[in-house]
Write a protein that binds this ligand. Structure first.
Ligand SMILES: Nc1ncnc2c1ncn2[C@@H]1O[C@H](COP(=O)(O)OP(=O)(O)OP(=O)(O)O)[C@@H](O)[C@H]1O
Length: 301
């Protein structure tokens, strides 16, 4: 049995279908990234799993049981967590533990462990109002873990942080994922690639890809010709409407050209370059990176 099973999930606001028939599952111990651009539907999906938003269609099971009976098995770090600035870090965790009815002795011990895990032991008695963004995020992760949930869900846990804070939280999540099952949303592909086993790519409420990073690369990767030369824009402009060409992206003096057929495309491009007497500095065939796969899929969906 899967830890989380999401079937034909749907959410409508009026006539606007913001989540459309989404299916996926998460097994115990997995770290899964929910990836998509702004407005794709990530937060909506997360809030439905948490039963904060009601489903308009489909089913969510956690450990085989209806999700609305299983909220206590989920730990949640929202996209914009709010803390009482006049509480200390430790006081917040005592407060949150009390809400989960954890016995005082057990709670004390667990808070000590969690503060150590997230690296806040030394500042546990400082007011949260004095914490940096990264420290607040660490505290948010500790509060999400206080009741030892089966599934930890985080909505964009690193998006609001500066590069140092982001690195810090990513390293912490690498430790946490060794013992926890994690679902987190992000629009930063690199974070997903660094942390996760599986990825769910969504756009406009639809699930475009679902699989391991290895599978996604293997099944969807396409070759690209990289052509570098001065004054490329005029030349690439002439290519736009050619049948063989799938797409062209121009950045500075380099063009990324996707073609429908590799052999024909290569011969055609080379002869076209010769005919145009283009002084090329580079002509190379490479495979798409995961980021390029993601961008292509999102743009064409
Ligand atoms: N309460 C609401 N009423 C109407 N539309 C909504 C509501 N909440 C979200 N939406 C719409 O649903 C779509 C998905 O929003 P959602 O917040 O889930 O996206 P997201 O992928 O989390 O984006 P972001 O990365 O910006 O947080 C958007 O078009 C949004 O405008």
């Amino acid at each position: 049995m899967h830890l989380l099973q999401v079937s034909q999930l749907q959410k409508k606001y009026g006539n606007h279908e913001v989540v459309q028939n989404v299916d996926f599952h998460i097994n115990q111990g997995e770290c899964v990234a929910l990836l998509g651009p702004n407005g794709a539907g990530k937060t909506t999906i997360i809030k439905m799993i948490l039963d904060i938003n009601k489903l308009t269609g489909g089913k969510i099971l956690l450990n085989g049981k209806r999700h609305d009976q299983m909220r206590k098995f989920i730990g949640y770090l929202p996209q914009h967590p709010t803390f009482y600035p006049w509480m200390t870090g430790r006081e917040l965790l005592i407060f949150m533990g009390g809400l989960s009815n954890i016995e005082r002795d057990i709670l004390e011990e667990r808070i000590n462990e969690l503060l150590k895990l997230v690296g806040l032991s030394e500042v546990e008695n400082q007011l949260i109002g004095t914490y940096s963004g990264g420290m607040k995020q660490r505290l948010g992760i500790a509060q999400a873990l206080i009741h030892q949930p089966k599934l930890l869900i985080m909505d964009e846990p690193v998006s609001a942080l500066d590069p140092l804070g982001r690195r810090d939280i990513l390293e912490l999540l690498k430790v946490i994922k060794q013992k926890s099952t994690i679902l987190f949303s992000t629009h930063i592909l690199h974070d997903a690639e660094e942390l996760c086993d599986k990825m769910l790519i969504i756009n406009k409420g639809q699930l475009l890809v679902n699989g391991s990073i290895h599978q996604i690369i293997e099944q969807t990767q396409k070759p690209i010709f990289i052509i570098q030369a001065p004054r490329l824009s005029e030349w690439t402009h002439q290519l736009m409407n050619e049948d063989l060409i799938e797409s062209i992206e121009l950045t500075g003096n380099a063009a990324k050209v996707r073609v429908k057929n590799i052999e024909q495309g290569r011969d055609w491009l080379l002869s076209h370059i010769l005919k145009a007497q283009l002084p090329i500095q580079k002509f190379e065939l490479v495979q798409e990176s995961l980021e390029e796969i993601f961008l292509r899929m999102v743009k064409s969906s």
